[in-house]
Design a binder for this molecule. Structure first.
Ligand code: ZN
Length: 475
């Protein structure tokens, strides 16, 4: 029997606000434990939360960018559960009236466009963090993260495989980063996801029983965890077993998912409207203002790059996956660089060097205008394409201009016809026998002459001129 997977993702994105969602504490990552806390976010009795307007704006921004409708009426809800990193004994979240609903994003997988529905986007506060001391018989609680604003972006079960899931995550991350509402750092936990996975025989309409896989915190793991879970479920069904509805944990080290709790053990959160916060009525004028401030988004930019710069789909897609890369590209083109050449250097040598140093493109020591200037030196035959590779690397290492490097290292290509002609004459005079043999038909000797002249000119002769002159003199 053939099976197909049905996957929905719940993505948690930490919002890039300076302060927490219901108090004025800083959200800065990596500070001394419990140094960014107050009575509100450590859950003292009698305090009242106040909604951070920026967090609301960021949620609306995200909703508009993912084609959602923004709710005219939205409110917070209490999600009750007990855990040491949650001092209030409840989390303020949204349940019945999320701020955004019914949107979608489009992804391209294997050349085909797929639309993935977004059920809802809601706001909530993050919990703190427990630190378990391996040696001692105790744990610490760090509440710096308690009250940090999150968005939960819930997709429809429209995803059909691990590759689509990873692509959807990549697209969401790109949109969030374009909007400036989340830094997308998966290794710091500012973007993480849970996956609802089920399988069903191809052709069947009803969904199979699903398992929720938690704790996925990298693109590689999104793909691997879902791939593992699909295989596991198919295996269970083929052995005549039944899938149980449960929560499973992805164990990255062992590359497997493991049962964490079954449906029977699932929490009953006893949601009810949060009495300490008033309902939200976002004014249409404000929503319109936010819409007008949206940047050009990845899909639109990709299409424009293909049309305006004549770039292949592949280049346009890669260059627009990060806003900073797209800006770098356009700056280089504005400085006079030919679009495809700029793209090639960016995707090739520049990406390689940045990866080696673990740098983002906006941290590149080599600036867009410098690349454009170097491309100019290739175009006007000052340097050869081969020498340019050396120059480029030197520019990246030192941040200096191509022209200075070329001058200092004497890398200028010699295109002075008389200089090349003189070298050719010298070589031919020295190798009369070989010249005669060439004229008798031993054409492979041409390479020998090219090598001799290049050697005499320290590799800097314009190769095209050298070839033409040699052929002329030898005919
Ligand atoms: Zn606080």
């Amino acid at each position: 029997m053939k099976y197909e997977a049905v996957i929905g993702l719940e993505v948690h994105a930490q919002m890039l606000t300076d302060t927490k969602i219901f108090c004025g504490c800083s959200t800065k990552f990596g500070s001394e434990p419990n140094s960014q806390t107050c009575q509100v976010c450590i859950g003292m009795p009698g305090v009242l939360p106040v909604l951070n307007k920026k967090a609301l704006e960021f949620a609306i921004r995200t909703g508009l960018a993912t084609n959602c409708s923004i709710s005219a009426y939205s409110r917070f809800a209490r999600k009750n559960y007990f855990y040491p990193d949650l001092p209030k004994g409840y989390q303020i979240s949204q349940f019945e009236n999320p701020i955004c609903e019914r949107g979608y994003v489009e992804i391209i997988v294997d050349g085909a466009v797929r639309r993935i529905g977004i059920t809802r986007i809601h706001m909530e506060e993050d919990a703190g963090k427990n630190i378990h001391e391996a040696a001692g018989n105790y744990s610490f609680v760090d509440l710096n993260r308690a009250g940090v604003p999150l968005m939960e972006i819930v997709s429809e079960p429209d995803i059909r495989g691990p590759k689509e899931a990873a692509e959807y995550m990549r697209k969401l991350r790109a949109i969030l980063r374009y909007l400036g509402v989340c830094d997308g750092n998966m290794d710091q936990g500012s973007l993480r996801c849970d996956a609802n996975v089920s399988v069903r025989p191809v052709g069947q309409k009803e969904y199979g029983t699903r398992a929720e896989v938690k704790n996925i915190n990298s693109f590689r793991f999104v793909e691997k965890a879902i791939e593992y879970e699909i295989k596991r479920q198919i295996h269970v069904l083929e052995e005549g077993g039944k899938i149980v509805q449960e929560t499973r944990l992805w164990d990255a080290e062992r590359g497997i998912t493991e049962s964490m709790r079954s449906k029977e053990e699932a929490h009953d959160y006893r949601y009810f409207p949060e009495p300490d916060l008033v309902p939200i009525r976002a004014e249409q004028a404000w929503i319109d203002q936010i819409r007008a401030s949206l940047p050009e988004l990845p899909d639109a930019k990709r299409e424009r790059f293909a049309a305006e710069y004549g770039l292949p789909e592949y280049d346009a897609d890669l260059l627009t996956s990060e806003k900073t890369a797209a800006e770098w590209f356009e700056e280089a083109v504005r400085a006079g660089g030919q679009a495809k050449a700029v793209s090639n250097w960016m995707m090739g040598d520049l990406t390689r060097l940045l990866n080696e140093d673990n740098r983002n493109i906006d941290e590149s020591p080599l600036k867009p205008a410098q690349l454009a200037a170097m491309l100019g030196l290739i175009d006007n035959n000052t340097i050869s394409g081969k020498i340019a590779k050396t120059v480029f690397e030197e520019m990246y290492r030192t941040g200096r201009d191509a022209e200075a490097i070329v001058r200092e290292k004497g890398l200028v290509q010699i295109s002075d016809e008389s200089a090349i002609e003189k070298a050719v004459d010298d070589v031919l005079a020295k190798h009369r026998n070989e010249a005669e043999r060439f004229r008798q038909g031993e054409e492979k000797l041409l390479g020998f002459f090219v090598g001799q002249v290049m050697k005499a000119m320290k590799g800097k002769a314009n190769p095209q001129m050298l070839n033409d002159l040699l052929k002329k003199k030898l005919s």
